[in-house]
Design a protein around this ligand. Sequence first.
Ligand code: FES
Length: 121
Amino acid sequence: MNHRTADMREQGVSDHVLVCTNTRSSEYPCCAEANGQEVLEGVKDWLREREVYWSNVRVAETSCLGLCSAEGTAVAIHPRDRWYSDVRPGTVPELLREEFGPHGTRLGLGPEPVKDDRPET
Ligand code: FES
């Protein structure tokens, strides 16, 4: 095992977008059947168009993130600790613009405190 954290920091990697493309053969929904591959390609294209793909931002196709839905794909962005479900190919630009800014330059943010709107029990 090699500890590569210093290498990644030296390369300036600051953000990691994880896109679920998991498939399953059961009655439960999965991102593969909710356009996961198209969302993944949409994320890559948006970042490529801004010339930040494979620079400070990395993208990984992943298995189940625990946000399964028939309505769209699950996406997580770390280390900012952001989680999305029901992402459709058409909403990828809006999501990435909100996270990374219109030019894809708002990078390296840590997690924000979570606003909890749930009623107290
Ligand atoms: S199958 Fe994608 S989050 Fe579970």
